[in-house]
Design a protein around this ligand. Structure first.
Ligand SMILES: C[S@@+](CC[C@H](N)C(=O)[O-])C[C@H]1O[C@@H](n2cnc3c(N)ncnc32)[C@H](O)[C@@H]1O
Length: 268
């Protein structure tokens, strides 16, 4: 299994609990993503790391009954949530499959377009995964994804604190699989070019965050899969909380999440 750690993370009840809380806070990313993707009636579209499937369902509605939307994910719990939302929505052209998109074959290829809302940053090898994605696409097909910019652009995330507590990993040319993994434009361009994508563009946009301050650090959930001893974890939580305080105003966390929309085309 190539992404064993991520399989564990995205299937652990504690981590999933955190993601369920966060999911509504990223709803503002969907409109810019859809504007860039422009799904058309009749198209076959793949959603990578679809999670609970809300963007997959938007695409299913846009491509209509002559098209289809396939969501692929490694979290069986989130896939179940996506399937139940699909059933509630009455959309019959959305399918959800358990697949590690870095290496697995997803049924339904070739796709006209592939997209992702925050689901392409958790691979151990970004060239292998984007190459695999490219193999699922029609020549010239559109790849569009939303991801976070770098740690420097997103100080609210506490990347330096998390890195200090993360377990050691074998040396790799790839950044560790975290939400900020694709934040460095030059590096991500390199991965996409090596994977055979052309016409790559990066568009920066701001996602304002204004939420009640719960007393829990914003990135606290990232510690859950690290297996830290309770006292070490408590110390890490304190440090993350101190970082968060820089963004708290009148009991609300106010910051700007700096995002990329990345567009590319599969080899023609
Ligand atoms: C931040 S969540 C985003 C979920 C969804 N796209 C959304 O916006 O609601 C990241 C998702 O990527 C999935 N994921 C991580 N690694 C993956 C892999 N190798 N193959 C497929 N999905 C993966 C996780 O299980 C998780 O559901």
């Amino acid at each position: 299994m190539v992404n064993e750690g991520m399989q564990r993370q995205w299937n652990s009840p504690e981590f999933l609990n955190m993601w369920r809380g966060l999911e509504p806070t990223v709803s503002g990313l969907t409109a810019p993503l859809m504007a860039a993707l422009q799904p058309k009636p009749g198209e076959r579209v793949l959603d990578v790391g679809c999670g609970g499937g809300l963007p997959t369902l938007e695409v299913a509605a846009a491509v209509g009954p002559t098209g289809s939307a396939t969501g692929a994910d490694i979290s069986e719990d989130l896939l179940e949530l996506a399937r139940s939302r699909a059933a509630e929505s009455g959309l019959r052209n959305a399918t959800f499959v358990n697949a590690d998109v870095q290496v697995d074959r997803v049924p339904g290829a070739p796709f006209d377009a592939v997209f992702s809302r925050l689901g392409v940053m958790f691979f151990s090898d970004f060239v292998e995964s984007f190459s695999n994605i490219g193999r699922h696409m029609k020549p010239g097909g559109r790849l569009v994804f939303v991801c976070f910019q770098s740690a420097t652009a997103n100080p609210w995330f506490g990347a330096n604190i998390l890195a200090k507590y993360a377990p050691p990993r074998p040396p790799s040319r790839f950044p560790p699989p975290t939400p900020l993994a694709l934040g460095e434009e030059a590096l991500t361009r390199e991965f996409l070019a090596e994977a055979g994508f052309r016409g790559v563009s990066f568009e920066a946009f701001d996602d304002p965050m204004d939420a009640p301050f719960t007393g829990e650090p914003m990135s606290g959930g990232m510690l859950a899969p690290m297996g830290l001893a309770p006292d070490v974890r408590a110390k890490a939580m304190q440090e993350l909380l101190a970082n968060d305080q820089r963004f708290v105003e009148a009991d609300r966390v106010k910051t700007i999440r700096k995002m990329w929309i990345v567009r590319a085309n599969a080899r023609g």
